[in-house]
Design a protein around this ligand. Sequence first.
Ligand code: 5AD
Ligand code: FES
Length: 355
Amino acid sequence: MIQKNKKRINLLEQQHILPREELSALLDGQCEELSAYLFPKADRIRRENYGTDIYVRGLIEFTNYCRNDCYYCGIRRSNRSAQRYRLTEEEILGCCEEGYQLGFRTFVLQGGEDPIYAPERMEALVRTIKSHFPDCAITLSVGEHGKETYQRWFDAGAERYLLRHETADDSHYRILHPPELSLQHRKQCLWDLKEIGYQVGCGFMVGSPGQTSAQLTEDLLFIHELQPEMVGIGPFIPQKDTPFGKETAGTLEKTLFLLGIIRLMLPQVLLPATTALGTIHPRGRELGIQAGANVCMPNLSPVAVREKYALYDNKICTGDEAAQCRNCLAARMQSIGYQVVVSRGDHKSRTSTPQ
Ligand code: 5AD
Ligand code: FES
């Protein structure tokens, strides 16, 4: 059995994809020995493409108001316990300023789908940040919008967009989301973003309620079809005030295994070791890097609001200053032989862009 799965890993390395049944069997075969076979391969492929450089993104969680009601998410609109906040443009620029001093050259503006941040207001914000920090990349992560809106933000200077697809299986999508949201629309958004020219990130939670290997297989097949520049995956972690508050969290082992597989499928992908991974294990992010990841996204949001952006419980880095977080991360990466670099950290296919 293990030999068969090692063969599957070798094939995946060569062909970057496997037939559905083979992928599914590989996912079912996840165990310590197989991971020990996979991770050094994933690490080598990452080194071939990006060396031992770790790209960092300054994450600015600028609003936790959200019109959506996803069952897993702590900032869903029905969560009356969430303390809502939104940063002003000045506060956001302040975060960028501090981030720039600390060596960040990518800012990720992440928020709920907050109607107050209308398309024009977002556009103005992107233009302002871009004019102050012309050598930085702006990544948006603000949910589902129309193609014209995405185009408008792209024209204003946003170059990357994160929109996890959450699950590529329709029936599973229904379990995780209220009826007004659809997988079809979510996928359409991703294709629109790609067509406009964004570097696009999709992704999913590992171990979300109801998830099976068949569904994870669909996630991998969708990722292969979309060919995104970035893939964000992290374990599902229950948030106590949501309908999934009593569900079990996704595991470290499975998340690491999937990171390794995704590195084999997309050798040049920008793959973060996520905050959620750092939350379920004290060395989760380091282990993520050793399984093939090459990006970290420390928090740049003001300390006063960090605890309020609680997508899930026990999130790390909610009490540390930006500088502390940046230095902590640099030390963590150094301890395993990697270095955080001062760079926009574009996808390898886009490195004609000035560094
Ligand atoms: N656990 C882990 N990840 C979560 N996200 C939202 N809620 C949770 C949770 N409870 C992830 C979703 C979303 C991203 C911003 O955070 O995948 O796309
Ligand atoms: Fe935030 Fe370590 S990375 S405190």
